[in-house]
Design a protein around this ligand. Structure first.
Ligand code: AHR
Length: 322
C-alpha cells in the first residue's frame, strides 16, 4: 500500500513542477534586471552641485539602480566622452546636466540612433531639434533672476550701483539669470550695473573677482548680484577683508539658498537668496522609469523655488538639508 501511495505522490509532485515551469504566469519569479542609468554630471564647482550629486547617487542606491556616474570637471568635452561611453555600454537611459548650452546635437543624435532616451537635468540646451531629448527637469533660471531683480528694486527704492558675479560662461543659469535680472532692473533707471565678471560659480573665483572689482571701483559699489551662493560667500570674504560690512555697506543678492547662505541671511551678511532646489534625484528616476515603460512625460518639469530674506530665513535654516 505505502509504496503505491508514494509513487502517486511522486507523480503529482513531478506534474506540479512541470506546470510551474510551462504554464505562462506560473513561472518562478525571476529577479528583475536593475535599471542602468548613465549620468554625465557637470562637475563639483559648488555646494549646490555637491547636494545635487548626493541626491542623484543616494536615490539611485535606494532604488537599486545601477548608476554610472561621470564627473565632467566643468568641461563639455568630458561630458560628451561620458555620453559616448554610456552608449557603448548600452545603458537604459542617459541623464545629462549640460555644462554649457550649445554643441550637444551630434552626441544626442548618436544616443537617438542607439534608441537610448536622454533626460536633461538642471541645465537646458539650445538646439534646433527639441526631439533630441526626452525631457528637461530642473529650475526656471529666468524666474530666479527675475525674483532677484524684483526683490532688489523693492528693497533699495530702485537705486544703487551693482556689480554682477556671473556663473560659468555659456551655461544656461548664467545666461538666463543675467538676462532676467537685466530686464527686471531696466524698469528702474536708478539701478545701474557698474561691472560684470564671471566667477565660474566657484567660491574662490567669487572672492578673487570681488577683490579686483573693489580695487577698480573703490567704495562706489552698493550692491552685489551673484549668480550663486558660493560666489556670494567668496565676495563676502573679499568685502570683509576690504574693511566693509556685507549686507549693510554693500547689499548682497544671490541665488541657490544653500544652508550656509541662509545662515548668512540670518547673520545679516546676505540680504536675499533665491532658491534653486538641487534635490531632484527622485523626480529624475520616476521620469526615467515612465519613459522606459513607454509612458508620456511632460517635455519640461520645473521645480518650485522660493526666496529667503530676513523675514523667513530663520524659520528654515535648521531644517535645510543642503
Ligand atoms: O546649474 C545650477 C547652478 O550650477 C547653481 O546655481 C550653481 O550653484 C551650480 O554650480
Amino acid at each position: 500500500m505505502f509504496p503505491r501511495e508514494f509513487t502517486r505522490f511522486l507523480l503529482f509532485a513531478g506534474l506540479g513542477v512541470l506546470v510551474l515551469f510551462t504554464v505562462p504566469g506560473c513561472e518562478r519569479p525571476r529577479p528583475k534586471k536593475p535599471l542602468t542609468i548613465g549620468f554625465a554630471q557637470t562637475g563639483a564647482e559648488s555646494a549646490w552641485r555637491t547636494a545635487n550629486t548626493v541626491s542623484m547617487k543616494s536615490e539611485a542606491e535606494k532604488r537599486g539602480i545601477d548608476l554610472k556616474f561621470s564627473d565632467g570637471q566643468g568641461k563639455q568635452e568630458n561630458q560628451i566622452r561620458a555620453v559616448r561611453s554610456f552608449i557603448t555600454q548600452g545603458v537604459d537611459a542617459i541623464v545629462i546636466a549640460p555644462v554649457v548650452e550649445t554643441g550637444w546635437d551630434p552626441v544626442l543624435r548618436e544616443a537617438r540612433r542607439a534608441r537610448i532616451p536622454v533626460i536633461l537635468t538642471d541645465r537646458s540646451i539650445q538646439t534646433s531639434d527639441e526631439s533630441l531629448f526626452s525631457c528637461f527637469i530642473g529650475s526656471d533660471f529666468y524666474e530666479e533672476g527675475r525674483m532677484a531683480a524684483d526683490w532688489l528694486a523693492k528693497h533699495t527704492g530702485g537705486k544703487g550701483r551693482i556689480v554682477e558675479l556671473q556663473g560659468t560662461v555659456g551655461s544656461a543659469p548664467a545666461n538666463e539669470r543675467r538676462k532676467a535680472f537685466a530686464e527686471g532692473i531696466a524698469k528702474y533707471p536708478g539701478l545701474k550695473i557698474l561691472d560684470a565678471q564671471s566667477g565660474d560659480f566657484r567660491r574662490a573665483n567669487g572672492k578673487e573677482v570681488m577683490e579686483s572689482l573693489l580695487k577698480k571701483h573703490g567704495r562706489t559699489i552698493d550692491i552685489v548680484y551673484a549668480h550663486n551662493d558660493d560666489m556670494a560667500l567668496g565676495a563676502i570674504q573679499a568685502i570683509e577683508e576690504a574693511g566693509q560690512k556685507p549686507g549693510k555697506d554693500i547689499v548682497i543678492v544671490s541665488i541657490d539658498a544653500i544652508k550656509e547662505a541662509i545662515q548668512a541671511v540670518v547673520d545679516g551678511k546676505i540680504n536675499c537668496t533665491v532658491e534653486c532646489n538641487p534635490l531632484f534625484g527622485p523626480k529624475v528616476y520616476d521620469t526615467a522609469a515612465k519613459l522606459l515603460a513607454g509612458e508620456k512625460v511632460p517635455k519640461k518639469l520645473f521645480n518650485k523655488d522660493e526666496l529667503f530674506d530676513h523675514t523667513n530665513a530663520a524659520t528654515v535654516v535648521a531644517s535645510r538639508q543642503y
